[in-house]
Design a protein around this ligand. Structure first.
Ligand SMILES: [Zn+2]
Length: 303
């Protein structure tokens, strides 16, 4: 199982082709819009931007098939005729699934016998690799596979930060009432602040899922007239610019004295921002990580 669920692209050939056009436009020029091929399928024609080589692109969206979804020999008919009819040089498979070995053998045979000049294969594994490994690819990844993208971001979160979080299971935020995990379920979570109106001191911060919000407020004894209550949606803190602005506000508040923190709420705010930072900061390289540890050692921050 790969990271990307190709079923996120609707189960119709047109949607898959639109994705193929966008994906291939990085390297290829689109010559011919899709047309119905002899087997009822549709083919695209693209030209290599460097070599001018013409490819007939066969798009197959088999990710939604229930059982074995690999593309079989019987799924690709009249390959040579299709390539020749469109005056192309090579055959390019663009599949949301894997390719069966008989079909792979057949395509190799067609090249060996010079029936076609070349073939190239974009199967689900290769498409996934290319979507992950370039910034242009990641833009497409995010747009066409939003659910898989969400999972991917959690998978690559910057766990190196966990070294600085003094908690048993530091990668995650948990609801303090029901223990629901809140980084992965961030759409359903808040960081609640209770501030004393007279002293401007933030006296309590609660990490809460939405269902437990009432429970938390009771516990925090909120409702007394001299307290202000405000919150951040955890989902919003995942957005880099917003995250940065809130860190900035935190510093401004302390600098201006508009808002004060107790030792406890100061530490808690830092914990929340470190946990969320795992999703916001880019991945640290090995060299950068080593340099970070060296710097911290210098300042006697760690052993
Ligand atoms: Zn809860």
């Amino acid at each position: 199982m790969g990271i990307i669920d190709f079923k996120e692209i609707k189960n119709d050939l047109e949607s898959w082709e639109l994705f193929a056009q966008e994906f291939l436009s990085e390297k290829f020029e689109l010559i011919d819009p899709p047309s119905i091929g002899p087997d009822g399928g549709k083919d695209l024609i693209v030209k290599d931007k460097v070599s001018d080589f013409l490819w007939l692109v066969s798009c197959k969206h088999f990710a939604h098939r229930n059982s074995s979804n690999s593309v079989n020999r019987s799924d690709e008919t009249d390959i040579t005729d299709r390539v020749k009819a469109k005056k192309c040089n090579g055959f390019l498979s663009f599949y949301s699934a894997s390719i069966s070995s008989p079909l792979l053998t057949k395509l190799n045979e067609l090249v060996d016998s010079k029936s076609i000049d070349e073939f190239d294969l974009f199967n689900s594994a290769r498409i996934e690799r290319e979507l992950i490994n370039s910034s242009a690819g990641r833009i497409l990844f995010q747009r066409h596979f939003p659910k898989s993208w969400e999972k991917y971001c959690i998978l690559i979160r910057n766990t190196t930060l966990s070294n600085f979080i003094p908690k048993k299971d530091p990668q995650f935020l948990y609801c303090e009432n029901c223990s629901k995990e809140l980084v992965e379920h961030s759409e359903d979570a808040k960081i609640i602040f209770i501030q004393n109106k007279t002293s401007n001191v933030v006296e309590e911060i609660a990490i809460s899922c939405n269902e437990c919000e009432e429970e938390h407020l009771k516990f925090l004894n909120y409702g007394q007239a001299d307290y202000n209550y405000y919150f951040y949606e955890v989902n919003d803190l995942k957005m880099p610019t917003y995250y940065h602005l809130q860190m900035n506000n935190f510093m401004k508040d302390i600098w201006s004295g508009n808002r004060k923190y107790t030792n406890h709420t100061f530490d808690k705010f830092n914990f929340v921002m470190l946990a969320m930072g795992q999703l916001v900061y880019r991945k640290t390289t090995e060299d950068e990580l080593q340099r970070t540890f060296d710097l911290l050692k210098e300042f006697n921050k760690i052993e």
